[in-house]
Design a protein around this ligand. Structure first.
Ligand code: ZN
Length: 150
């Protein structure tokens, strides 16, 4: 483990222990559910979308440290963004998570999300990290069916 991945681990552990935007959102007008059967991660996403802007967002759920930290950092990253910006971010994160192991990651402007750049080295963990993002997309598209990473 390099120093960099130790730093990344600290960020993930911190968000797992003290998840941001955790809990139910009363004024939510979008809600979606995600499930990663491979690991048992579950989450419910609450979103208050108004004029194509994510005014507020929160999540509830249970799962491994990576899934929880990913949901926590995802909510921080998209709060206040437009629907289009959030979808663009989804594409970038998805590309990063499913990239070639050891491949070059374009993490510029990704901020804290770069902590997940090492996840593509662990294929079993990719779905833990991407669950929150798939659930986000379902909320943006107003899909009422629960989504599954399988
Ligand atoms: Zn997991």
């Amino acid at each position: 483990m390099s120093d960099l991945s130790e730093l990344y681990q600290q960020v993930i552990l911190d968000h797992n222990k003290r998840p941001r935007n955790f809990g139910r959102l009363e004024q939510a007008n979008r809600r979606s559910q995600g499930h990663n059967p491979l690991c048992g991660d579950q989450m419910t996403l609450y979103m208050h979308l108004e004029d194509e802007v994510i005014k507020n967002i929160s999540f509830q759920g249970s799962g491994c440290a990576i899934s929880k930290a990913s949901a926590s950092i995802m909510t921080e990253s998209v709060k206040g963004k437009t629907k289009g910006e959030a979808e663009a971010l989804f594409e970038r994160v998805h590309k990063m998570l499913t990239g070639e192991p050891g491949g070059k990651v374009d993490s510029q402007g990704l901020g804290k999300l770069a902590v997940f750049s090492g996840v593509c080295e662990f294929p079993a963990r990719v779905k833990c990290a991407s669950l929150a993002w798939h659930t986000l997309r379902a909320a943006l598209e107003a899909k009422n069916e629960p989504i599954s990473t399988e």
